[in-house]
Design a protein around this ligand. Structure first.
Ligand code: AP5
Ligand code: MG
Length: 194
């Protein structure tokens, strides 16, 4: 199986590149942000609780997203692999993911980390905020808070995967297709090393 953690700060292009990677490698896309927004749209109890945190740019509790990923893994036992987008976002989430994948007889192949500076991230998110309807894209304070949460709680995962020799940084500024090519090239390198 090819199991990729597509990593990066808010607005790095995880969703954009996931769409292209799932088509190229026949993978299943698991985005906890998308799953949470779908709960919000259906006005479930979980969605109502998550919305107040997401709108402020804060992370939802680990057990909520771990539970979502766990059920998606069980629903997709025949998958050729997964792209984890926006998950894991904390060390406990990464540890839980390792354990869940082990229970399914598999493991993370690599973490591809899109590297984009804060100025570019803010520019992209404010631009999308004009018509996305995403509350967390609407103003610079919320975007700053999302980036702060990322720096405090999520960036440490680079060391987590680095210590497993699975961390691969990829330059995330430029054309979408050029970045996609760079990701594919990195995946090939990882495959050959296996
Ligand atoms: P989530 O939905 O994961 O959002 P995010 O990580 O903050 O960032 P985005 O999805 O906005 O960015 P992206 O990297 O996918 O980039 P995209 O391709 O969209 O999380 C939202 C919230 O849910 C969190 O704040 C938290 O509250 C909660 N949550 C989710 N997962 C959680 C977890 N595991 N634990 C706890 N809480 C969790 O691109 C962004 C924009 O840039 C788009 O407009 C795109 O068109 C544009 N763009 C893309 N590539 C380029 C390029 N190369 N050049 C120019 N523009 C580009
Ligand atoms: Mg996204």
């Amino acid at each position: 199986m090819l199991n990729i953690v597509l990593f990066g700060p808010p607005g790095a292009g995880k969703g954009t590149q996931s769409e292209k990677l799932i088509a190229a490698f026949n993978l299943i896309h698991l985005s906890t942000g998308d799953l949470l927004r779908s709960e919000i749209a259906q006005q479930t109890t979980l969605g109502v609780k998550a919305k107040s945190l997401m709108d402020k740019g804060e992370l939802v509790p680990d057990e909520v997203v771990i539970g979502m990923i766990s059920s998606k893994l069980s629903e997709n036992k025949q998958a050729q692999g997964f792209i984890f987008d926006g998950f894991p976002r904390t060390v406990p989430q990464a540890e839980a993911l390792d354990q869940l994948l082990a229970e399914h007889g598999t493991s993370i192949t690599c973490m591809l980390a899109l590297e984009v500076d804060q100025e570019e991230l803010t520019k992209r998110l404010l631009l999308r905020g004009k018509d996305s309807g995403r509350v967390d894209d609407q103003n610079e304070d919320i975007i700053r808070n999302r980036i702060k949460e990322y720096n405090n709680k999520t960036a440490p995962l680079k060391s987590f995967y680095s210590s497993q020799q699975k961390f691969y940084p990829v330059h995330g500024i430029g054309g979408v297709d050029d970045i996609f090519k760079a990701l594919c090239a990195q995946i090939k390198v990882v495959y050959q090393a296996h």
